[in-house]
Design a protein around this ligand. Structure first.
Ligand code: PLP
Length: 386
């Protein structure tokens, strides 16, 4: 028996056994610094460059276009704040993003606004989709960058990123996509999809935490956010986390190789969960798109419950999920994503996200449905909901 049922893969994933194996030698045997010119350093450098090749291949990019970072957040910051000088030099002081981006995109966008940029935050439809036509209408002569995520972390909606990429390319506007959730779940080809900048995080795809990469198309040079040594071709100083990067490369390779079979398996589990929950609790509503949806995501709005309370009760029953609200400053605040798709405050606060992975089983899904139903009924009885 596992100690708990883990249904929070959008928050983080376990390091895959093969990935863990690949990382091990780089802690205490091959511990060289990739910048050292001796044999130990060269071995570390080789391992790191293999990882870079694995990341590049996963996206149809070249190794010169992959810059390792300390995770998805840093890659997003580089793609947005790192482009400030380039955009300013071309008088492109208008940027566009969507209302459902991760805070790793929204907060750098707010910072650009404080620094004098004009920032358009596009609305999304009730499925969480940011239509290319909406992007097209927001373009101005001075628009320099569009940042729209490839798939949303909360509601699982897969955005029409290739169409947005093509539109941006046509108008000579840079296109960044936060692909932290989409990478390894949705095929991505930076050439065909017209992507100029793209962010990936290791720990969302079976790799270690604290590493990721930014893909920046050849010829696009963000300005470094940190100052120090010349690592990552002067974009990201600091001694590289070699073992973690080896893990990132192995995880990226594995994720892309197994993409089609794995996503099919996980989608079956997700659909079982959605069908089961709907049957047991007929008034639950699925947040996000029914068709353009990440294979593991099931996000429910459940009338008459508090998502946070439900989360705690599920946790007591050994189920790890995530709520659509966060108790930040002592009071419960609904997520900006759920508000952006038009959910009422009570429904947004009554939302819960299950995100499945390939290690989940049908039995676990059935347990989730059973426990969810019991706990929802319990909460509803407590507050007199009929
Ligand atoms: C997790 C996540 C991030 C942040 O990645 P970290 O590696 O945890 O910094 C950014 N964007 C999205 C969509 C995410 O899900």
């Amino acid at each position: 028996m596992k100690p708990f049922i883990y249904a929070d893969h959008a928050a983080t994933t376990a390091v895959k056994p093969q990935v863990f194996e690949a990382m091990l030698p780089y802690f205490s045997k091959q511990y060289g610094n990739p910048s050292s010119i001796h044999a130990a350093g060269r071995a570390a450098k080789r391992a790191m460059e293999t990882a870079r090749e694995q990341c590049a291949n996963a996206l149809s990019a070249t190794v010169r276009e992959i810059y390792f970072t300390g995770g998805g957040t840093e890659a997003d910051n580089l793609a947005i704040l790192g482009m400030e000088q380039t955009l300013r030099a071309k008088s492109k002081t208008h940027v566009i993003t969507s209302a459902i981006e991760h805070h790793a995109v929204l907060h750098p966008m707010e910072e650009l606004r404080r620094r004098g940029f004009s920032v358009t935050v596009l609305p999304v439809d009730e499925n969480g989709c940011c239509a290319p036509e909406t992007v097209a209408r927001a373009l101005r002569p001075e628009t320099g960058l569009v940042s729209i995520m490839a798939a949303n972390n909360e509601i699982g909606t897969i955005e029409p990123f290739a169409a947005i990429g093509a539109l941006c390319r046509e108008h000579g506007v840079l296109f960044h996509t936060d692909a932290v959730q989409a990478f390894g779940q949705v095929p991505i080809d930076v050439q065909k999809d017209c992507i100029d900048l793209l962010s990936v995080s290791g720990h969302k795809l079976g790799g270690p935490k604290g590493v990721g990469f930014l893909y920046a198309r050849e010829g696009i040079r963000p300005t470094p956010l940190l100052l120090g040594g010349g690592q990552e071709r002067n974009l990201r100083p600091g001694t590289e986390a070699v073992a973690s990067l080896v893990g990132l490369g192995a995880a990226a390779k594995l994720a892309v190789e197994t993409l089609s079979t794995r996503t099919e398996t996980v989608a079956r589990l997700r659909d079982r969960l959605i069908a089961g929950a709907r049957q047991a609790l007929p008034d639950v509503r699925l947040n996000g798109s029914a068709d353009h949806r990440l294979c593991g995501n099931a996000n429910f709005a459940i009338p008459g419950v508090q998502g946070e309370s439900l989360l705690l009760l599920l946790d007591l029953q050994g189920i790890c999920a995530s709520a659509g609200s966060a108790c930040t400053t002592g009071q419960v605040e609904a997520s900006h994503v759920l508000r952006a798709i038009g959910l009422s405050e009570p429904l947004a606060q009554g939302s819960i996200r299950f995100s499945l992975g390939e290690d989940n089983t049908e039995e676990e899904v059935d347990t989730i449905v059973r426990v969810l139903t019991e706990q929802v009924q319990k909460l509803r009885a407590m507050c007199g909901y009929v």
